[in-house]
Design a binder for this molecule. Structure first.
Ligand code: NAP
Length: 499
């Protein structure tokens, strides 16, 4: 969408930040409801969110694609059970085109801050390049994992070779024959290390904590099967439903009875035994915490890659990075041409201080002194007309985030409907509703495998889980089916005019 700097800012009914699954899903439902008065602010130059930004070799989804897609927009053309990044990105681009969303998107709009003006009941969003946008309702579709985290390692800035984060993969740098250090062994690293191993001269893999890895039930989806899905959408829908329930059943182990994880751990141990023969390497890659405490990963090619001669798994901490080498905790120095950070994202810090200001100019981070929290993961007291998609405690370790996003979008749509019907200009969740909701969440989380004693990005420095939904996703769907007007302070347009 073209932006005319000379034009006065026109207030929209809804402003959306981000055009990944969340932002696009929101926009599609707005258009379906006949609401055209909205704008999407996107920092990149195209849609896709995390699936536009992450394009490292081997990047793929670890949720089956029949389920990791919008329920209202099935894709019979998925070529694999677990689609790879280019296909998922293309799917999102196709959605943007099909639903004619690009004319609503302002690309290159990197949001610097958003401020709520109580007098006007209006959000003003300012972008890094000084533009401003206004909207009565602000929907954040920024995602929980969009800002890369860099490791805090001595001497990092002294490194003279090539260095990049997995979320900023530099494809112009030829890794062929190079000595490459990889820091981190999370979901991203286990996908790119097997690709890297094939071309690099040597890979030094710095592992702080071994991940639990299960076999990946991936396969190609052949032409005939794809034709069947196209001809009989009910078939694909039935498959989607079956996958949903299979994944949903995993909550029983994660959150209901963590003892059930012992069986899962047995499968993961068998996976190591089958794919790695060297007992020393086996010992290095075998985790020492309950499976599920950190995100369970899936891969068929990671362990075989580690077993190759040009890969070394280093479990000693990094003591120091020098101009052309890395020194480990034992004082061993290894020369490297490049360092790739597979160190994940700032999940605990979804946004920096100075980004969102609510009533009275309060910074969202000051409202979150005890860590991020929201009513239903969507609304924060003191931040009227602000809805967070993929907000606090709505992440998943067991099922498709797209399911959660669709639940949240439905809630926001019902909120807009309610605001129109009741002629409301502002809705602000009641502080006690937020407190009660979060007490319940934290109570449930305390009994889950995620608090069984490991260190993960699910929990903050104080041991509080601010990222995950503690149970079944259908329970969340039920809670978000209707906007809970009774839990909000409602400000009518008439009362505001009379004041
Ligand atoms: P991650 O899972 O958070 O892994 C980061 C890795 O870096 C961990 O192994 C961590 O070790 C290590 N690390 C961090 N700081 C370090 C330091 N200072 N020194 C040494 N090691 C350090 O990050 P990610 O792999 O990018 O994945 C993030 C999330 O993105 C995933 O959990 C998942 O939700 C999502 N993701 C999804 C897919 C998918 O297929 N759907 C694919 C990729 C990513 P510790 O374990 O010791 O902290």
């Amino acid at each position: 969408m073209a932006y005319d700097a000379g034009k006065p800012v026109e207030a929209k009914q809804v402003l959306i930040i981000g055009s990944g699954f969340a932002g696009l899903g929101m926009a599609i439902k707005l258009r379906e409801a006949g609401i055209e008065d909205f704008q999407i602010l996107e920092r990149g130059s195209d849609v896709g969110g995390t699936w536009r930004d992450n394009h490292y070799p081997g990047c793929a989804c670890d949720v089956q694609s029949h389920l990791y897609s919008f329920s209202f927009e099935p894709n019979p053309d998925w070529t694999r059970m677990f689609a790879r990044q280019p296909e998922i990105r293309a799917y999102l681009e196709k959605c943007a085109t099909k639903y004619d969303l690009r004319r609503h998107i302002v690309f290159g709009a990197n949001v610097q801050n958003a401020r709520y003006d109580e007098t006007a009941a209006m959000w003003t969003v300012t972008t890094e390049d000084g533009r401003s946008f206004k909207g009565s309702v602000l929907v954040s579709g920024m995602g929980g994992l969009s800002n890369p985290a860099m490791p805090n390692v001595k001497g990092l800035e002294k490194f003279k070779g090539k260095a990049f984060h997995s979320a900023h993969w530099d494809h112009s740098y030829d890794l062929t024959g190079k000595k490459v250090a990889v820091i981190g062994t999370g979901a991203s690293a286990i996908q790119f290390v097997p690709q890297l191993q094939k071309v690099a001269g040597r890979v030094d893999l710095y592992q702080r904590t071994a991940p639990w890895i299960m076999p990946k039930p991936d396969r190609e989806i052949g032409q005939i099967e794809r034709v069947l899905y196209r001809k009989f959408p009910a078939l694909q829908n039935a498959y989607r439903t079956a996958i949903y329930w299979m994944l949903e059943s995993r909550v029983l182990g994660f959150a209901v009875n963590p003892k059930l994880m012992t069986m899962v751990e047995g499968i993961a141990r068998g996976h190591i035994r089958k794919q790695i023969k060297d007992p020393v390497l086996r010992a290095k890659v075998t985790p020492d915490y309950t499976i599920g405490c950190k995100r369970i990963l899936i891969s068929n090619d990671y362990y075989p890659a580690l077993a190759q001669d040009n890969v070394e798994v280093i479990t000693d901490n990094i003591a120091e990075v020098r101009a052309n080498s890395i020194v480990d905790g034992n004082g061993v120095e290894r020369k490297v041409d490049a360092i790739i950070y597979g160190t994940g994202f700032k999940a605990q810090d979804p946004m920096p201080r100075g980004t969102v200001f609510g009533k009275g100019g309060v910074d969202l981070l000051d409202a979150w002194k005890n860590g991020p929290e929201a009513y239903l993961g969507l609304s924060v007291a003191g931040f009227p007309n602000f809805f967070m998609l993929v907000g606090p405690n709505t992440g998943l370790g067991h099922n498709s985030m797209v399911f959660m996003i669709e639940s949240q979008v439905a809630y926001v749509m019902d909120a807009l409907k309610t605001m129109k019907a009741k002629k409301l200009r502002a809705v602000d969740v009641k502080p006690d509703a937020q407190v009660t909701f979060n007490k319940g969440i934290q109570g449930q989380l305390s009994k889950t495998v995620w608090t069984s004693g490991c260190k993960s990005w699910y929990v903050d420095a104080n041991g509080k889980n601010t990222t995950l939904w503690p149970g079944f996703t259908f329970v969340y769907r039920g809670k978000t089916r209707r906007f809970k007007a009774g839990q909000y302070q409602l400000e009518t347009a008439a009362a505001a005019a009379a004041a």
